[in-house]
Design a protein around this ligand. Structure first.
Ligand SMILES: Cc1cc2nc3c(=O)[nH]c(=O)nc-3n(C[C@H](O)[C@H](O)[C@H](O)COP(=O)(O)OP(=O)(O)OC[C@H]3O[C@@H](n4cnc5c(N)ncnc54)[C@H](O)[C@@H]3O)c2cc1C
Length: 280
């Protein structure tokens, strides 16, 4: 039995009765095959930093990816890693090695695989900028290794959105270590001053409707900063974050998300789409 709150960064959610945690990719592939052939529904959990879960026990099985941690240097600048490797480890290791390209992902919690699925990053760039190859377990059960083409990675979306990312190969550029460190420091400072990192959260709740209409600005202009339901609060620092200010439940989060959506629709006529995954 797994209490989801122990694995989700927002510290919310109910329990899951069936949990699998493969330690090798081959074991993961066989497990998914077995679950699918039995018609058993499952959900994939990695770092849990982009998931909002309700409080009811989860009916689906959980496939946890955190034990899949193989890492390999194919050359000084070309690195391959399993989906469960923490993204932060890849950032720190590349920066320490004087390699540039992944500084944009400094401070993004979670795993490499989920970052590759959603094309994680921010205003400094995204992981798609260094992504060269992915191995996927497709919805129809095939293992496909493919190179990354222009257009595969877009804003919080990729061509392999519905597949399971098994591993990824990243290519870095040799760089002046001091310059790379300075870029990381700039990203760090930006995050420290603009994101509510003191409280548990699931990161940005909604996708930006367009580059000129950030969801946070729309929520702020709808007067919602500081709005609370139970222990969930629309952050006063960054309105696209809902933070757990103490004892929040999944229902608190979900109710506040629905309220924000409704008000933004009323005030701006814009329907916000979730960036987080909702497990309910
Ligand atoms: C404080 C904070 C700051 C954040 N800042 C940023 C930011 O700056 N930029 C940004 O892009 N994101 C940010 N996020 C969001 C989040 O960290 C990213 O979306 C991250 O990539 C999620 O990784 P995870 O391993 O935690 O995924 P999880 O939360 O475990 O899973 C997220 C989704 O991906 C699926 N998934 C997980 N692994 C795989 C896989 N290998 N293959 C296919 N599907 C998979 C899951 O089923 C789920 O649907 C932030 C979150 C927090 C809490």
């Amino acid at each position: 039995m797994l209490e989801l709150r122990s694995r989700l960064t927002a510290k919310i959610g109910g329990s899951a009765a069936e949990v699998h945690e493969p330690v090798e990719l081959a074991e993961l592939i066989a497990l998914v095959d077995r679950l699918r052939s039995r018609g058993r529904a499952f959900r994939v959990l990695a770092g849990g930093s982009n998931i909002v879960a309700g409080d009811a026990p989860l009916e689906e099985a959980i496939v946890s990816l955190r034990a899949l941690r193989r890492f390999e240097k194919r050359s000084d600048t070309l690195w391959r890693a399993d989906c469960g490797v923490p993204l932060g480890e890849m950032v720190a290791r590349s920066v320490r090695s004087g390699l540039a390209g992944l500084e944009c992902c400094h401070g993004v919690p979670g795993s490499l695989g989920a970052a590759v699925r959603i094309n994680a990053g921010g205003k400094w760039g995204t992981i798609g900028g260094v992504l060269r190859e992915v191995t996927l377990l497709t919805r129809d059960g095939r293992v496909v290794r493919r190179s990354v083409e222009p257009g595969d990675c877009a804003y919080r979306k990729t061509a392999w959105w519905d597949d399971l990312v098994l591993d990824a190969t990243l290519e870095f550029a040799q760089s002046d270590p001091a310059a790379t460190q300075a870029r990381v420091a700039a990203v760090h400072e930006h995050k420290r001053t603009t994101q509510p990192l003191r409280y548990p959260s699931a990161g940005c709740i909604f996708r930006n409707p367009s580059p000129t209409q950030p969801a946070g600005l729309l929520i702020d202009r709808a007067g919602l900063k500081g709005t609370r339901i139970g222990g969930a609060e629309v952050s006063t620092l960054h309105a696209n974050y809902i933070v757990n200010v103490g004892g929040a439940t999944g229902s608190d989060f979900l109710a506040l998300m629905a309220l924000v959506r409704e008000r933004v629709q009323e005030v701006h006529g814009v329907r916000l789409e979730h960036e987080v995954e909702v497990w309910n």
